[in-house]
Design a protein. Structure first.
Lengths: 217, 372
């Protein structure tokens, strides 16, 4: 395993006893952040649960307007992007810089695919008037009581998720640039792994969103 | 260059092998296929749980292997797992609201009339204490319609048809000017008017109001006959109010009493804005502003409007102005209906229109009738 020359050495912050302590602290901090994300998105899942419990037939009717094939495609895309992300992290851990860059780039491309599919889904819904709350104008579902609730939940939940995808892409691009700059090595790859965690979490949320929105019984 | 190599512990710096990574990836894809496939099989309620189960397995694979928790220090797994524990508590506790909602309907309506015995011995007989207590309550509850002196001229009275009772006169008391019957009015309200039921007030407060309101009149009230006690549901021997029958929720009562009916649809909930452009005549302008929202732009009626301020809430279907209604036969009849409205119906009183405006309006409405 040849170590590429680093652009600069990583010196751990002075308040940590060692680089390993810094790494562990950073990782635990990342997990605590993800806990806050679980509870934030959890609030929306509770809202989903309440309204689905109150209006089960409406949810069933409304979800038919979602294209499950596009949803499934996006699920596959995100799973693959998680795979390429983790391969990018392990490549960095092994000091294989160009390989890591390749994986990170593919992750970015898969993330873009996700957004493109989402774009088509959103524009189709806007065109059909399947919009949240007071903006709902779809003729086919007009008779279904409270149907705009489903689309309020759909847009807010997938919207917040999509925002996190965009932020994730920004973070991956940043890591890609730093990898190109030779800032990472087997001795220091913390930011890469942490961005990886963020990305896996985005995938994890979608793993739950997909059946709840697209596969309503 | 660091002089000391960081201790690379297998435990916390585990590098996932390519084989494992790809293997987990493929498992995730297979589980996706399974979840999509099972969604197309009807398992009833079990569909949801199965989908959540598969999703949780997938999420666990991501967390354990892609996010390294399987190989990591235990604290991180505990931290992450705890968040899901709290999420479960969040969902379950909120869900209990949902699962136990039926109980509210079973126990009775939220605003059940207050029940039971009066603390007074014979409250249908006036006492100074009742009258003075009634005066305080009257000021809080009644003056907005009945006016500060009970003359039926409160600030809200102008829009009410029929108008609120003038307590300083002996005339027009719908149920009669007797203590028990005024009590009945307070308990039930008056159908076809804006007088609501005040059954949510305690029994003794209602008797106080009765005595105060009767005290405003020019003469003492009439005597209560035995049948009046029965009509008002007052226990002449026992006290202020006969024990009420057990109440059931409105929803349950409606299920028992209602005949199958088409649900009311297309209720006009708001006034239609006058149409764009110049009205062709003065009459057309008045019609567009004052009449079209209920009677329709062509006067054909048939719109379902809410009869506001009526107890109980009712919907009426508006008349067609193109038909041969008595009020359309002459200017006098038309003027009377427009100025006074129709008591107990949704047709409002428009006493602010001048006679020339009403003339113009009448001509316009006749024109609508001629067109149809």
């Amino acid at each position: 395993m040849s170590e590429a020359e680093l652009a600069h050495e990583h010196h751990h912050a002075h308040h940590f006893a060692s680089a390993n302590d810094e790494f562990e602290a950073c990782k635990q901090g990342m997990w605590v952040f993800l806990v806050t994300e679980v509870l934030m998105i959890g609030g929306l899942f509770v809202a989903y649960g309440i309204f689905r419990g109150l209006y089960p037939e409406m949810f069933h009717e409304a979800h038919k307007m979602l294209n499950w094939k596009m949803g499934a495609t996006n699920t596959v895309v995100l799973i693959l992007s998680s795979l390429t992300m983790v391969l990018g992290v392990t490549a960095t851990q092994r000091g294989r810089r160009t390989q890591a860059m390749g994986y990170l780039l593919v992750t970015l491309l898969l993330a873009s695919c996700f957004l493109v599919v989402k774009y088509f889904e959103y524009t189709h819904k806007i065109h059909d008037g399947l919009l949240p709350g007071g903006f709902f104008t779809n003729a086919e579902l007009k008779e279904v009581p409270k149907v705009s609730l489903f689309f309020s939940l759909y847009f807010v939940m997938t919207g917040i998720h999509g925002l996190h995808v965009i932020i994730g892409m920004g973070l991956i691009a940043w890591i890609l640039k730093r990898t190109a700059n030779r800032e990472f090595s087997p001795h220091y790859y913390t930011p890469v792994e942490m961005v990886g965690f963020y990305w896996h979490f985005v995938d994890l949320v979608w793993i739950y969103l997909f059946p709840l929105l697209y596969l309503v019984g | 260059m660091e002089t000391k190599q960081p201790k690379v512990e297998k435990h916390h710096h585990h590098i996932l092998s390519d084989r494992m990574a790809v293997g987990i990836g493929i498992s995730l894809l297979i589980l996706t296929v399974i979840t999509v496939g099972m969604a197309h099989v009807d398992l009833g309620k079990f569909n949801f749980f199965f989908a959540m189960l598969v999703a949780t397995v997938k999420a666990s694979l991501v967390a354990l292997f892609f996010m390294n928790l399987f190989y990591d220090r235990k604290e991180n797994g505990v931290i992450f797992g705890t968040s899901f524990l709290f999420l479960v508590i969040f969902i379950v506790l909120t869900g209990t609201d949902l699962f136990f909602r039926g109980d509210v309907a079973v126990k009775g309506p939220l605003f059940a009339p207050t029940q039971g015995k009066s603390k007074l011995v014979k409250p249908w007989i006036s006492t100074p204490e009742l009258v003075s207590h009634g005066k305080e309550l009257f000021a809080a509850q009644c003056t907005s319609c009945h006016g500060a002196e009970g003359k039926g001229n409160g600030p809200a009275a102008a829009s009410l048809n029929p108008p609120p009772r003038n307590f300083t006169s002996n005339d027009g008391w719908k149920n009669g000017r007797k203590a028990t019957l005024v009590f009945k009015t307070l308990k039930e309200g008056l159908q076809g008017s804006s007088m609501a039921s005040y059954a949510t007030l305690p029994v003794d407060d209602r008797w106080a109001l009765v005595q105060y309101v009767l005290s405003l009149g020019p003469t003492p009230p009439d005597q209560d006959a035995p049948e009046d006690f029965a009509k008002a549901g007052v226990d002449a021997a026992g006290g202020g109010e006969a024990p009420e029958a057990p109440t059931i929720s409105v929803a349950a009562a409606m299920k028992l009493m209602a005949e199958p009916q088409k649900p009311i649809e297309g209720v006009r909930l708001y006034a239609v804005a006058p149409q764009e452009g110049e009205a062709k005549s003065a009459g057309a302008a008045i019609y567009a502003a004052r009449c079209s929202s209920c009677h329709g732009t062509e006067g054909k009626g048939g719109l379902i409007v809410k009869n506001m301020g009526v107890n109980p809430k009712a919907f009426v279907t508006t008349r067609s102005l193109t038909s041969s209604l008595p009020s359309l036969q002459s200017t006098e009849a038309f003027t009377k209906v427009v100025i006074e409205g129709i008591p107990g119906e949704a047709m409002p009183a428009s006493g602010d229109l001048t006679s020339s405006e009403i003339q113009d309006l009448y001509q316009y409405v006749k024109g609508l009738a001629a067109q149809n």
